[in-house]
Write a protein that binds this ligand. Structure first.
Ligand code: IMP
Ligand code: MG
Length: 180
């Protein structure tokens, strides 16, 4: 039913699972002997976060933050608003910010600066997808699942106007769906 709006499947469930596994293995290696805090940026990263955290073999807590920068369109407005803040203090903690997609870099450059002011012991960014062609603000990425071309994608947590998050794969949305 949702599939009729998808032009092309970019990453299947199997491809996603295998890449998420690899990232989790890398994180587990990199933070040996440490405890980490995974911070999911809502809502897009909730599926990735749920899969990733279950593959990480380290003492770990999770927290959530929500920001809005998009409204229901397909390109950034440039304005970032914190709509839900973290529940715990991150001072002295090793934090990993978990994002669905790095696009213009607007949201994350703002968010990472804000979190750095709270004096965590370390801060890294883990994004499932990266669209480097679209970057207007530089952002340092430590873990990246896939680099993708400049197309609007949905599924596995990513939405268009809050829909399609429940697709189990990631696909390119047909431009006619958003009038593109
Ligand atoms: P940025 O601030 O432009 O980097 O935008 C980041 C946010 O835009 C992501 O967290 C997504 O919510 C949204 N976004 C950017 N590109 C896409 C896409 O292709 N599909 C769905 N959401 C996207
Ligand atoms: Mg998002």
């Amino acid at each position: 039913m949702l599939e009729k709006d998808i032009q092309e499947i970019l990453f299947s469930e199997e491809q996603l699972a295998s890449r998420v596994n690899e990232i989790a293995r890398q994180v587990t290696q990199d933070y040996q002997g440490k405890e980490i805090v995974l911070i999911s940026v809502l809502r897009g990263s909730f599926v990735f976060m749920a899969d990733l955290c279950r593959r990480i073999d380290l003492p770990c807590t999770v927290d959530f933050m929500a920001v809005s920068s998009y409204g229901s369109g397909t390109s950034s407005t440039g304005q970032v608003q914190i709509t839900k803040d973290l529940s715990s203090d991150i001072a002295g903690k090793h934090i990993i910010v978990v994002e669905d997609i790095l696009d213009s870099g607007n949201t994350l450059s703002y968010l990472l600066k804000l979190l750095a002011q709270r004096k965590p012991a370390s801060i890294r960014l883990c994004t499932l997808l990266d669209k480097p062609e679209r970057r207007t603000k530089p952002v340092e990425v430590h873990y990246s699942g896939f680099t993708i071309p400049d197309a609007f994608v949905v599924g596995y947590g990513l939405d268009y106007a809050e829909h399609y998050r429940n697709l189990p794969y990631i696909g390119i949305l047909k431009p006619e769906v958003y009038g593109g």
